[in-house]
Design a protein around this ligand. Structure first.
Ligand SMILES: C[S@@+](CC[C@H](N)C(=O)[O-])C[C@H]1O[C@@H](n2cnc3c(N)ncnc32)[C@H](O)[C@@H]1O
Length: 250
């Protein structure tokens, strides 16, 4: 029998809805010996992996990301060298604030071959499925996707550039700075600018809050909306389709 070779597949699990995974991701999961999965990857997908495969949760805890990423990188190498086919299952798309590239590079440095299966990324799917258009032809020049906070917990500098522009904006990992971000957009775009916050987008537990930048932080507190959530800012939100019932679409 041919001896297995060590392998890493970095696979996108999409934004949460169990229907929003690709066929290719399912096929790769069906060949896994080991699945290392994150907190944002829907656990239902583990059912696609063989019963005999090992499933290991490697979700991160706040404040410990660096040490944990080092441990995950080491685990990928150790598991693949068994030898085994390791599937690294990550929420959304692994290349969008997902460290997918970093893990592939680390594996390659240890002589482990890798491949990548894109996933449906939350900054695209979550607003659209909540009825918010980010980019309509002839209306917007584009849209921004930024992280709210940097590694040292400071505010992302490009938020000021985005606030000065007229394009809609999607912010990931910004909930801890929600009030500061809203103040910034009120300053540059005015009190009438619209915002939305969507927690657990695409899942039955989804929560949405929509309002002016001046009122959204208060509304979020009142509704108890927290992470993981996406913040959307832009006047296109005024054409939001609140009745778009996509969460339960087949
Ligand atoms: C580390 S980033 C990973 C993003 C992921 N790679 C992607 O492509 O969607 C995690 C952040 O993505 C956002 N996020 C991911 N999935 C989400 C969902 N279903 N609903 C709302 N926000 C989500 C949140 O801002 C969360 O804090």
């Amino acid at each position: 029998m041919k001896r297995k070779t060590p392998k890493l597949s970095v696979v996108g699990a999409g934004p949460g809805d169990p229907g929003l995974i690709t066929l290719k991701a399912i096929k790769v999961l069906q060949r896994a010996d080991v699945v290392l999965y994150d907190a944002l990857a829907n656990v239902e997908f583990l059912g696609y992996a063989p019963k005999s495969s090992e499933k290991i949760f490697v979700g991160k805890r706040p404040g410990l990301h660096h040490q944990q990423q080092t441990a995950i990188n080491e685990m990928i190498v150790a598991q693949a060298n068994k030898p085994a086919h390791v599937v690294r299952l990550k929420g959304g798309d692994p290349m969008v604030f997902g460290r997918g590239h970093e893990e592939l590079v680390h594996a390659a440095r240890h002589g482990i071959s890798g491949d990548y299966v894109p996933g449906i990324s939350s900054p695209l799917a979550v607003p659209a499925l909540a009825g918010i258009s980010l980019c309509s032809r002839n209306e917007q020049e584009g849209f921004w996707v930024l992280t709210g906070t940097l590694k040292d917990q400071s505010l992302t500098k490009d938020l000021i550039l985005a606030a000065k522009s007229s394009s809609p904006l999607v912010i990931l990992m910004g909930m801890k700075k929600l009030e500061t971000i809203m103040k910034l957009f009120e300053t540059y775009r005015g009190a009438h600018e619209m915002a939305a916050v969507i927690q657990n987008g695409t899942l039955p537990t989804e929560k949405r809050v929509v309002g002016r930048v001046t009122e959204i932080a208060q509304k979020v507190k009142k509704r108890g909306v927290s992470s993981p959530a996406i913040i959307v800012i832009g006047h296109t939100i005024s054409q939001y389709l609140p009745k778009l019932d996509v969460v339960n679409a087949p």
